[in-house]
Ligand binder design. Sequence first.
Ligand SMILES: Cc1ncc(COP(=O)(O)O)c(C=O)c1O
Length: 493
Amino acid sequence: MRGVESNRMAEKTSFHMTPDEFRRHGKAVVDWIADYYERVESMPVLSRAKPGQVREWLPSSAPAQGELFEVMMKDVENLILPGVTHWQSPNFFAYFPCNNSFPSVLGELLSAGLGVQGMLWATSPACTELETRVLDWLVDVMGLPAAFSSSQTGGGVIQDTASSSSLCALLAGRERATRYASNQLGCDGRLVAYTSTQAHSSIEKAAKIAGLGRENLRLIEVDERFAMRPEVLEARMSEDRKAGRVPCFVCATVGTTSSNAIDPVPAIGRICRDAGVWLHVDAAMSGTAALCPEFRYIHDGLELADSYCFNPHKWMFTNFDCDCFYVADRKALIDTLSVLPEYLRNQATESGAVIDYRDWHIPLGRRFRSLKLWFVIRHYGVEGLRYHVRRHVELAQRFASWVRDDARFELAVPAPLNLVCFRHRGGDAINQKLMERLNQSGDLYLTHTRLDGRFTLRLSVGQTQTEGRHVERAWRRIREEAASLEGSRDSPA
Ligand SMILES: Cc1ncc(COP(=O)(O)O)c(C=O)c1O
């Protein structure tokens, strides 16, 4: 038998999928995805797979011979889907959204189809120039500071994640503070960075990767709304300077992960300007709100920032991954990250007339991510995007008002945009149980945080298909489960 198979293999001169096969299977996959979106609402949002279960369903070794595409798609349905948590379900209210849209998926498909690796302008001019153009559009439509535009001193670049953007910002801040000496000699242990106790964990990771060391990241206290206290930042910087340390980086957050707190960027920015310290503003989720003029206040003071990022892959209908990172002075970033080996030298680069985005982030290689963002912006138009963002905020605000009006519940903090932090007044245990029951039911998915040490539920509205009826149902289910828990708490054991 083996001999027959190897003879047959020897006869084959290609194992590639033909364009005709691709056409056929590609259409089937697009149909599958469209069907998925039509049925995802009825699926349990949180996967019920047990640890190791999906792996066990899969063969322990790779197939020696190629398999039929139809068989693979059956396995997607039967083996993969049960292990998927449905981030694109309209009943997904957990974490922050990671939303998506059909134009984005099609842009992603095109990007994969073109298979461009856009590390240099010369390796695909359109990959670079579309990205520059689309990121400049966003400066305009989100009212970002003009310095972030490529026509001025700065510019934008698409990164994989906000974590990468914050790391790049920290590296640039580190280099500016040491006049590029730490790139040459390494860090000497004196550099210090600052962020609030509520900042995303990626800032701590960046401090570790950038060689500052966790102990040289100061977590600044927050006020009653969980926003950074600028006077504490100023005092800590001054103490550090007196002790011979070198403050090099501050990260302010617009929309913290826990509670959507907005740090006072104008005050923080002034402190950083006076001290000559790099200010990065992380608006990973909430930045998208600035599409709507009425929410632009969240970016007050941004003109004082050296860098800024937000994630269209969270709330701007663009599938993961897509983070927009802006700097006010591109030279500082490029001087920090640029390394030019002989094999990358080319005329366009030498001419100085082009952008080589490889100098704007950590990896050398880069995908054609701007295609999906371009498709999204062109499909919806700015007004279409604004419409849906406003709708999400409106739904979250409606939910917040129901919480406020129900004596059994309370808001943990005011909800500025599309995240509502709330809890049952019955204490941590009942809130935890409530969340577990809701998530196990599959009807919706929400997650928690701790605010002032108290277990707090988070309901984050931002999935593309979420409508009023989904938020209404979520609130109904929350109240039902709460009533049942209250009943079992009151009844004798
Ligand atoms: C404020 C903030 N910053 C950074 C991140 C990390 O995002 P990414 O996964 O793009 O690194 C998050 C994720 O939720 C976030 O909320």
